[in-house]
Design a protein around this ligand. Structure first.
Ligand code: DGY
Length: 324
């Protein structure tokens, strides 16, 4: 860091990975506040904060309350909780943590798919409860991956990593995305309903936000059909959870595997009570290895901005912004 870096004040609202916090403390002047609420900002923060590092929501009001703010370094690839469009208009850079979590999230997606279809968590519980000894073999699973056809909703970096794995399992892949991805060697469907009609296994890795709000709705689930399996490692907001619970209950689809929910960590009872829903507490990228790499990228973005005026991984809405 050049001289004077200790005068660069970075604010951490709420909880952030401890490795990121300690690196920020070594390189910058670190301030912390309980949560990203403008009412909690002190005059000193308003006077001096030029960067925010956060895992969670950063609203337009919070940005507006920090007049010297230059950059919001967000932990995670999804940044739907950060008002990046507002930041872009105000000349504030937003960065996220792509690439370093791609393979981990794709691994988890395939694990969740197999757990959902082959009921491995339920089979393990059966063993632990002593039922194998008492009652004999676990019942044959009515679902299998064999013969399935997989549709991916969201053909970005993670979608492609999932597609590669699905191909290795010997299953055909097709996808729906805002736009056709020219170099993706998979069948493209212009609509999500069209994709759901064409496959029996739908894996969503779609980002959150207004454009995808409740995109996986009753119509999509009906199109997926009674042998249908739905997997979500994207964002819970992309699913109409009431419609999903109803579809799982009445056999409109066969099963679902969910790592993300609309109101985390609150998972609706209507999903918790279902035997054909395999539920995880948003762990797709949650290994020590990958979370440390994400924490490093948060801090590396701050260092790159304040030393060279060029963030490493700016989000699309602020990619036009250069030097402070
Ligand atoms: C992300 O990075 O967006 C994942 O959901 C992990 O938080």
């Amino acid at each position: 860091m050049p001289d004077g870096a200790e005068d660069v004040t970075i604010l951490v609202p709420g909880k952030l990975h401890s490795h990121a916090v300690s690196r920020i403390g070594e390189r910058f002047r670190l301030m912390a506040v309980e949560r990203s609420d403008p009412a909690l900002l002190t005059d000193e923060m308003k006077r001096s904060v030029v960067g925010v590092a956060a895992s969670g929501a950063i609203s337009s009001a919070f940005m507006d309350a920090l007049p010297k703010l230059q950059i919001v370094a967000s932990f995670g690839v999804g940044y739907d909780a950060v008002d990046a469009a507002h930041a872009g208009r105000k000349g504030i850079v937003v960065t996220n943590t792509p690439d370093v979590l791609t393979e981990e999230v794709a691994d988890t997606a395939l694990g969740l798919l197999i757990n959902t279809v082959r009921e491995l968590p339920k089979a393990e519980n059966y063993l632990r409860e002593g039922r194998w000894r008492r009652e004999g073999a676990y019942p044959l699973t009515c679902a299998t991956l064999r013969g399935r056809s997989v549709g991916i909703f969201g053909m970005g970096r993670i979608g492609r990593a999932i597609a590669r794995r699905v191909e290795a399992f010997g299953l055909p892949v097709s996808y729906h995305n805002r736009r056709k991805v020219e170099d993706a060697p998979y069948a493209y469907h212009q609509t999500l309903v069209g994709l759901a009609e064409a496959v029996d296994t739908l894996i969503s890795v779609a980002p959150g936000g207004a454009a995808t709000e409740k995109a996986v709705n009753a119509e999509v689930l009906r199109a997926l059909g009674p042998n249908g399996v739905f997997i979500n490692v994207g964002r819970g907001s992309t699913v109409d959870e009431a419609a999903l619970a109803a579809a799982l209950r009445d056999g409109t689809i066969l099963a679902a595997g969910l790592d993300v929910f609309a109101d985390e960590p609150n998972v609706p009872d209507s999903l918790l009570s279902l035997g054909n829903a395999c539920l995880l507490p948003h762990v797709a990228s949650a290994s020590v290895h990958t979370r440390q790499a994400m924490a490093d990228l948060v801090v590396d973005n701050l260092v790159a901005w304040f030393t060279r005026g060029a963030p490493l991984t700016p989000v699309a809405e602020t990619a036009h912004l250069k030097e402070p």
